[in-house]
Design a binder for this molecule. Structure first.
Ligand code: HEM
Length: 388
């Protein structure tokens, strides 16, 4: 039977890694009818594409199923030079140094959530820990009203999904995205009237070469930051917890020696990243592995596969917290490398320092993990853990 790679299938959600291996070994430049795009799966090809943004453009969107109005309007969906200017406006505000002041409030929030878990043998790590923590962080960062938290989180999680039956964006996903865009608008208007010293105010008031940002750019960038902050970060934290639940030796080592947490975060980003796939659009014909990809074709860059490429990483299917995996693709690479790297590393470190101090022993309470239906992201909808 001919090999197929369908990023909409529950089988790929559940375990994409055997598919990736076949892609890397037998079809390194593969046309997927289901995705309607080429799939690049080898580390060297993905990395090469990310360094060649002129040929592999983001201007038609970087999400596999792009949301309306995003293409061309924000960081992940523009090419240089516009992209670099937008990025430079936010860059300063998200460096490690600029973030120090949100770490203690985040740590205190985490401690509060752990207090709530005291005396509980089982709990859902997603609902009761990772999503609460990441939404908090975002609220500290953007100074958004706390009473909006729940709705922001629910809509951010929904908008990156596809319908589990039709595997397309359904009305509820588009409505969630529209809700977020309207919410971003309201925030922007409020900040214009009453600016503060938060990241949003700085961004809204910024100009590029004496020109104000377009309203759509501001709206889509705020929407993107919320989406990335909530879904990517919470999804990754959950994957990290899952890796520790399934690798008890690693979990014990981190609980005994919290100084190992930063290296374990990097290995988790390599081994099992939540941001599995992004797309680009070709601006010229490209020949690769005997195939011709045409100008205008979409190309999926399967970061999760590049991270398991045995041509790059030794024993890639082994989760080894001592590995120090240099050059992993968990945060992407090149001009579009994740802007939230410093935030993400700090937040996950703080969250797991506290979590492992209070819950040093845990395992999965349910064998089957329900995965979010998404073509880009891979993380559990729910992760029931039991203390051991
Ligand atoms: C562990 C958590 C996170 C992971 C795994 C992650 C992963 C990624 C990846 C792989 C990309 C590259 C997308 C591409 O190649 O098209 C990206 C881009 C981006 N991320 Fe993150 N991200 C995380 C957290 C965050 C946070 C907390 C923020 C901000 C609050 C953020 C903001 C962004 C933005 C704005 C971009 C687009 C950058 C550009 O195109 O210049 N991310 N992220």
């Amino acid at each position: 039977m001919a090999f197929r790679f369908n990023p909409y299938s529950p089988a790929v959600d559940a375990d994409p890694f055997p598919f990736y291996k076949t892609l890397r070994d037998e079809h390194p430049c593969f046309w997927s009818d289901e995705a309607n795009m080429w799939i690049l799966s080898r580390y060297a090809d993905i990395s090469g594409a990310l360094q060649d943004w002129r040929s592999y453009s983001s201007a038609q969107g970087n999400l596999m199923d792009e949301l309306p109005n995003r293409a061309g309007a924000t960081l992940g969906t523009t090419d240089p030079p516009r992209h670099d200017r937008l990025r430079s406006l936010i860059q300063m505000a998200v460096t490690k140094r600029a973030l120090e002041h949100i770490i203690e409030p985040t740590r205190n929030a985490v401690i509060g959530y752990l207090d709530d878990l005291e005396g509980r043998r089982t709990f859902d790590f997603v609902a009761e820990f990772s999503s609460r923590t990441t939404v908090d962080l975002l609220f500290f960062l953007f100074n958004m009203p706390r009473e909006d938290m729940r709705e922001v989180r629910d809509n951010a999680v929904l908008m990156v999904q596809t319908d589990p039956e039709t595997r397309q964006k359904g009305p509820e996903h588009l409505a969630a995205f529209q809700w977020m865009a309207n919410y971003a608008d309201k925030l922007v208007q409020a900040r214009k009237k009453n600016p503060g010293d938060d990241l949003l105010s700085q961004f809204i008031l910024a100009e590029i070469d004496g020109e104000k940002l377009l309203d759509r750019e501001v709206q889509m960038t705020v929407t993107t930051l919320i989406m990335a902050g909530v879904e990517s970060l919470s999804g990754f934290m959950t994957m990290f917890a899952l890796n520790l639940a399934t690798h008890p030796e690693a979990r014990r080592a981190l609980a005994d020696e919290p100084g190992l947490i930063p290296d374990a975060i990097e290995e988790s980003l390599r081994f099992n990243t939540s941001a599995q796939r992004f797309k680009r659009c070709l601006t010229r014909d490209v020949e690769l592995h005997g195939k011709t990809m045409r100008k205008g074709d979409f190309v999926c860059l399967a970061y999760g596969s590049g991270n398991r490429d045995e041509r790059m990483f030794e024993n890639p299917d082994i989760y080894d917290i001592y590995r120090k995996p240099r050059g992993h693709l968990g945060f992407g690479r090149g001009v579009h490398a994740c802007l939230g790297i410093a935030i993400a590393r700090l937040a996950v470190k703080v969250a797991f320092e506290e979590f492992l101090a209070r819950v040093p022993g845990f395992e999965q309470a349910e064998r089957e993990v329900p995965w979010i239906p998404s073509t880009n992201f891979r993380s559990p909808i729910r992760l029931e853990l039991a203390r051991t």
